[in-house]
Design a protein around this ligand. Structure first.
Ligand code: SAM
Ligand code: SF4
Length: 326
């Protein structure tokens, strides 16, 4: 069992496969000149499997693959296939632009639920946010995944002045489709020019939606980062990820592993533990993992105030989101 000094049990590992991506979302990637990690610096498929097995032996029950974009990695299929043998709840977060190339492999690995990021339903705005004209791909791939029976959660990062006017259109998607739309509060990471004026809080989103729809809270697992709601008369659900205005650190069960094999015990942690280096030098992985989890701060990496209005994004010491793995 992996436990920290605040008595939280950690059984959910998020593995970043790469910091590379075929999109350029402004809130995630600092700029077009960002230098991706060289291949030899990344965990290789056999190393990922060995590390993942070690975590499973220590009590991890759920693994999510993320990035960067996990499906731009050439050996993604091999990695997905090998992790599918571990008997854990395996899932993936993807931008959805390359999913059509992996449908069989995702299914064969036992993946049942897929998180797809999509912040707008307008082609031009998609290009503005991501720097690429690939809205049609994501749209078609969501349909292809649903046809195959995958459960879909749409991740929508809401940024003031950019897409909060589309919230009700996203809610409409849940009317006749069994999808969950998750609205995510915009978070500060290295180079993403966050400030509190750009934040749309979940209370503001909720108010906008409740003006039009009857919502009923859904009780989920204690470790869930999302607050779930049923929409009266809709097949799908809504959820809010309230990291900034209502952090959920007291029940956190998450461990993050960057693509270069560093443990981050929190999305906002400044410190990292070099698991890949330890593996390559023949060191004790279990001891390193236990220590890294034990040291976890009580909340938000110990870096910022729970009052988001007081956060100075420039004073944070962290990677950009693309280099952490969301
Ligand atoms: N490329 C994949 C994707 O876009 O889904 C996986 C990696 S991405 C970093 C994981 C999630 O983090 C996405 O849903 C993305 O929208 C979210 N994300 C990235 N930067 C964020 C930020 N500054 N605030 C909130 N969520 C963010
Ligand atoms: Fe790429 Fe996902 Fe980051 Fe967008 S959010 S730049 S798709 S890693």
């Amino acid at each position: 069992m992996l436990i920290d000094q605040h008595h939280r049990i950690h059984d959910y590992l998020r593995i970043s496969l790469t910091d590379n991506c075929n999109l350029r979302c402004f809130y995630c990637m600092p700029n077009e000149d960002y230098h991706f990690m060289p291949h030899q610096q990344l965990m290789q498929p056999d190393e990922i499997l060995k590390i993942a097995k070690t975590f499973v032996d220590l009590g991890v029950k759920k693994i999510r693959l993320t990035g960067g974009e996990p499906l731009v990695r050439k050996d993604a299929a091999e990695i997905i296939q090998s992790l599918g043998t571990l008997g854990v709840d395996l899932s993936i977060t993807t931008n959805g632009t390359r999913v059509e190339l992996f449908l069989d492999q995702l299914q064969a690995a036992g993946i049942k639920s897929i998180n797809i990021s999509l912040d707008t339903l307008q082609r031009e705005k998609f290009q503005l946010i991501t720097g690429r004209d690939l809205f049609h791909k994501v749209h078609d791939n969501i349909a292809a995944l649903m046809q195959r029976g995958f459960k879909i959660k749409l991740n929508v990062v809401v940024v003031k002045g950019l897409n909060e006017q589309e919230i009700l259109e996203f809610v409409s998607l849940t009317k006749d489709q069994p999808i969950t739309v998750r609205f995510i509060e915009f978070m500060p990471f290295d180079g993403n020019k966050w400030n509190s004026d750009k934040l749309v809080t979940w209370q503001e989103m909720l108010q906008q939606i409740e003006n039009k729809h009857l919502l009923t809270p859904i009780v989920t697992s204690v470790n869930d980062t999302s607050k779930y709601y049923a929409v009266d008369g809709h097949q799908g659900n809504l959820a809010f990820i309230t990291t900034m205005s209502a952090p959920f650190c007291s029940t956190c069960n998450r461990i993050r592993l960057t693509a270069d094999g560093k443990i981050k015990n929190c999305l906002f942690s400044e410190s990292e533990s070099d698991l890949l280096g330890t593996l390559r030098s023949g060191g004790d992985l279990t001891q390193l993992i236990r220590g890294a989890i034990w040291d976890k701060h009580a909340a938000l990496g110990g870096q910022f105030s729970k009052e988001f209005e007081k956060i100075d994004a420039n004073s944070l010491h962290n990677r950009s989101m693309i280099a952490i793995g969301g």
